[in-house]
Design a protein around this ligand. Structure first.
Ligand SMILES: [Zn+2]
Length: 512
């Protein structure tokens, strides 16, 4: 994810990842959970949902709503938005249900349930006293469009998180639907499990659509623009350049299909990434005024396809929607992703050297001015679900990205210019891939094994602890001067042979 603070004190943006982890693709139709959402009735700002369950037993006696969602690092408590929850038998007779906690409805006779009906309020326009849900992670239901994030509309039966799902959407004939979900022959959207639904937002309404093929990857763009100021065709070229850049950086694009969902209305909030799509919530403006900012965010979101999709721990792989469980590795998921986004634009000349240095200086300034330097990246990660942790969360895009940049230099130095951070990341993505998680508790030592023993000290000092960052000394190694008083970077015009060698590798343009 990436949040945008442009309208408040300072300007930065950060983005969420989400990774459902593709599991088995068995499609036993009898065990499908079927959802129907009536978007023809948009009254009261609620989604009218009907659930046809699979065969249920006493084991499945809870209907669960999400407490959080992958990559958001925030408490969502979706049960807060649910109204008129009803379980009905085959004769339409109501069966007893009890809301036993914010997110759980107990079903007294699950085996008799023929369908469940409920209404769920949109998160955008529903006031709550705490834990406001980021706009890009929530829901909005309006006359000419709606945004659906799966965890904010759908739930699952206890022990049925892995059941295949079909979704029927009833919506006005003139509307266009944008989502990474595919349809079956009956026109229903299908997902292998609940995680996949959460991983696949749906934007529908009066949208423009554009499509292109980038280096063998099919890319769809869907755009809602309040007054029609921005169209998908305008965005197409900017996304193409970014994706070609990503392809060079990653030695090929890691997905065959990717969907961008853009929402331009009254508010800027940021973006949320998923395995095969991402969504962006920005205040409507001319595309030329939005382009630079949105492309940087899109680069960040797209890079999440590498981590966490291809490099993630078991906490991401088997996501716990009941109780939020923090991971240690936001330094990797978010810090590294933020570094990589700017670095890939820089190395492919979509970002100038000056722009790259300016971004870095800005991150240093924001980290020191707005965030606690005594909270380590690991602690920031582990406390992300607490109110105190939430206040520091934005630092993962500042200090996290700065540290990733230092790690890149350290690796270049140790490998004598042969293997920088992106090479290590590409190797790790090959080693793990989408279906093999790493062990959250031991990944630091795995990372050391995959690189150099000295990296253990780097991790101890700058990720697990909060030793002051040796920015000047590290950048000096690659022939880049850092003026600490001015917080300004510049290229050293008289580098030593070794500095020149490392700098050449550091800024080697991606072959496009
Ligand atoms: Zn992110």
């Amino acid at each position: 994810m990436k949040l945008s603070f442009r309208i408040t004190l300072f300007a930065f943006t950060f983005a969420l990842y989400s990774c459902g982890g593709s599991k088995n693709t068995a499609t036993k139709t009898v065990d499908n959970v079927k959802f129907e959402v009536n978007l023809l009735d948009r009254s009261d700002d609620t989604y009218k949902v009907t659930v046809t369950p699979p065969t249920l037993t006493a084991e499945n006696s809870i209907y669960q709503f999400a407490s959080t969602a992958p990559g958001t690092y925030q408490i969502m408590d979706i049960g807060r938005y649910v109204k008129h929850f009803k379980a009905l038998d085959a004769n339409g007779k109501e069966l007893t249900t009890n809301q036993i906690s914010t997110n759980q409805f107990q079903l007294t006779s699950p085996e008799k349930i023929s369908k469940i009906e409920y209404e769920i309020s949109e998160t955008w326009d529903t006031p709550v006293s705490e834990n406001n849900i980021y706009l890009m992670c929530g829901t909005s239901i309006e006359n000419d469009h709606t945004l659906i994030n799966g965890q904010a509309v759908f739930g699952y039966f206890k022990d049925k998180q892995d059941s295949p799902i079909t979704i029927k959407l009833d919506y006005p004939k003139t509307w266009t639907v944008g989502t990474a979900l595919s349809k079956n022959s009956d026109g229903l959207y299908i997902a292998e499990d609940y995680d996949k639904v959460v991983d696949s937002p749906i934007l529908l309404g009066n949208l423009t659509k554009a499509n292109m093929n980038v280096e063998g990857t099919n890319v769809d763009i869907y755009t809602y623009s309040k007054t029609g100021l921005v169209t998908s065709n305008q965005i197409l070229e900017s996304m193409k350049n970014m994706l070609v850049s990503a392809s060079g950086f990653l030695k090929g694009l890691p997905v065959k299909n990717y969907t961008f969902l853009f929402h331009f209305e009254d508010i800027t909030n940021g973006a949320w990434e998923h395995s095969y799509s991402s969504e962006y919530i920005y205040k409507e403006d001319k595309w030329e005024n939005l382009e630079a900012q949105v492309v940087e965010i899109a680069a960040h979101e797209f890079f999440h396809v590498v981590t966490p999709l291809n490099i993630h721990s078991e906490i991401v792989d088997q996501f716990n929607f009941i109780t939020p469980v923090a991971s240690r590795h936001l330094w990797l998921y978010e810090g590294t992703t933020e570094w990589a986004a700017h670095m890939m634009l820089f190395r492919s000349n979509l970002k100038s050297t000056d722009d790259y240095f300016n971004t870095l200086s800005k991150k240093i300034m924001i980290a020191s001015k707005y965030f606690d330097p005594e909270l380590s990246l690991e602690q920031l990660s582990l406390t992300s679900y607490t109110p105190a942790g939430q206040k520091q969360y934005g630092n993962i895009y500042m200090r996290g990205a700065i540290v990733a940049g230092l790690l890149d230099i350290k690796l270049l130095k140790l490998s004598n210019g042969k293997r920088g951070y992106i090479d290590v990341i590409n190797d790790l993505a090959k080693k793990y891939g989408p279906n093999t998680p790493f062990d959250d508790a031991t990944f630091f030592s795995t990372f050391v094994t995959e690189t150099y023993p000295e990296i253990q000290y780097f991790i101890d000092d700058f990720i697990i602890n909060t030793k002051p960052l040796p920015i000047k000394a590290f950048y000096n190694k690659i022939g880049v001067d850092y003026n600490e008083t001015e917080n300004a970077f510049s290229i050293n015009t008289t580098p030593t042979a070794e500095q020149l060698k490392l700098r050449t590798k550091w800024m080697t343009p991606i072959r496009l």
